[in-house]
Design a protein around this ligand. Structure first.
Ligand code: PDD
Length: 282
C-alpha cells in the first residue's frame, strides 16, 4: 500500500506524522472521503471544491493547487492499482508546538490514503439498517459549522458510540431545536406519499455530495423533492427512509427507535434511486 505524505509516496510504515501535528493534537484540519469506481474518481471536482472551501473557512492554507491535488489523487490511485476503492484525503494544520496558535504551524500536512472501506455490512444493504436517534446534538451552524468537513469528528464519534450501545448500525442526530439533521457519517432522506424530503444543510448537516447526486437523480426521474426540516415523528411515519454518503453510498433504513419503517425493507423509491446511483458512478 502506498500513501501520499507531503509530496512523497511512502509505505504504510513510513506514513507517520509528528505528535506535534495539530491535526492530531486538536483535530485542526479537514478531510474528504472520495470513491473511485472503475478507475474514475467520482465527483472529484465537487470533493475538491468542498475541501478548499473547508480550508478557506478555517484559514488553512493548502500547499497544493486543486489541479496539483487532483494529480496527487490520480497518482496515489495508480500506485495502489486500486481501480475501485475509497480515498481518504486529509489536510491538517501541520506540525507546530503545544499551543493552539495555528501561526506556529508553518506548513499544512497533506495525506492521501487509498484502500477499501465498507462502513456497513452487506446484510445491511440487503435488509436495511436498524437505527436509533441520539441525544448527541449536531453542532448548530454558529458553533463548528457542520458544512466544514473538519477533523473534529468527536461529535460524530459520540453518535457512533450511542449507535454501538444500542447495537444498531447508524444513529440519527437532531439539531438543538430537535429537527432531524443527519447520521454520524451520512445524510438522511425520507419518502412520504411519493414525495422525498431531506433536511436543508442549515439544519446542521454536511452538504453531502452523494446527497446532491441523489437530489439530481430524483429531479431527473420526476420525483417531488422537498428540502425542508422534519422531526423524528415524520421519520417514524415515513414510507421509506434512506441514508447517502460516499462510504455508505445509498442504504435503506428499516427501523428507527423500534419503529419499523414502511414494509421494513428498502421501498420502491429507495430501490430505484439506489439502482440509478449505481449507474452514474461508472
Ligand atoms: N463522510 N454527513 C457526514 C457527517 C459525513 O461524514 C458524510 C460522509 C456525509 C455524506 O457526505 P458525502 O456524500 O459528501 O460523502 C454526511 C464520510 C467520511 C464518507 O462517507 O466518506
Amino acid at each position: 500500500q502506498v500513501i501520499y505524505l507531503n509530496g512523497k509516496y511512502v509505505t504504510k510504515e513510513e506514513a507517520v506524522v509528528s505528535v506535534y501535528d495539530h491535526g492530531f493534537l486538536y483535530g485542526d484540519g479537514i478531510f474528504e472521503g472520495i470513491r473511485v469506481y472503475g478507475g474514475n474518481i467520482f465527483k472529484c471536482r465537487e470533493h475538491l471544491d468542498r475541501l478548499y472551501d473547508s480550508a478557506k473557512s478555517i484559514m488553512l492554507d493548502i500547499p497544493l493547487t486543486q489541479e496539483e491535488m487532483e494529480q496527487a489523487l490520480i497518482e496515489t490511485i495508480r500506485l495502489n492499482a486500486l481501480p475501485d476503492g475509497y480515498i481518504r484525503l486529509i489536510v491538517s494544520r501541520g506540525t507546530g508546538n503545544l499551543g493552539l496558535d495555528p501561526r506556529r504551524c508553518p506548513v499544512a500536512s497533506v495525506i492521501i490514503i487509498v484502500e477499501q472501506l465498507a462502513i456497513y455490512p452487506v446484510e445491511a444493504y440487503l435488509n436495511g439498517l436498524k437505527t436509533v436517534s441520539v441525544s448527541t446534538a449536531r453542532n448548530i451552524p454558529n458553533a463548528l459549522n457542520p458544512k466544514i468537513k473538519s477533523l473534529n469528528y468527536l461529535n460524530n464519534i459520540l453518535v457512533k458510540i450511542q449507535a454501538n450501545l444500542a447495537d444498531v448500525g447508524e444513529a440519527i442526530m437532531l439539531n438543538a431545536q430537535g429537527y432531524v439533521a443527519e447520521g454520524s457519517s451520512d445524510n438522511i432522506f425520507i419518502v412520504k406519499k411519493g414525495t422525498i424530503y431531506t433536511p436543508p444543510c442549515y439544519i446542521g448537516a454536511l452538504e453531502g455530495i452523494t446527497r446532491a447526486a441523489i437530489m439530481e437523480l430524483a429531479e431527473q426521474y420526476g420525483y417531488k423533492l422537498k428540502e425542508e426540516p422534519f422531526t423524528l415523528h415524520d421519520v417514524y411515519v415515513a414510507d421509506e427512509v434512506f441514508f447517502t454518503g460516499t462510504a455508505a453510498e445509498v442504504i435503506a433504513v428499516r427501523e428507527v427507535d423500534g419503529r419499523v419503517i414502511g414494509s421494513g425493507q428498502a421501498g420502491p423509491v429507495t430501490t430505484h434511486l439506489m439502482e440509478e446511483f449505481r449507474k452514474i458512478v461508472f
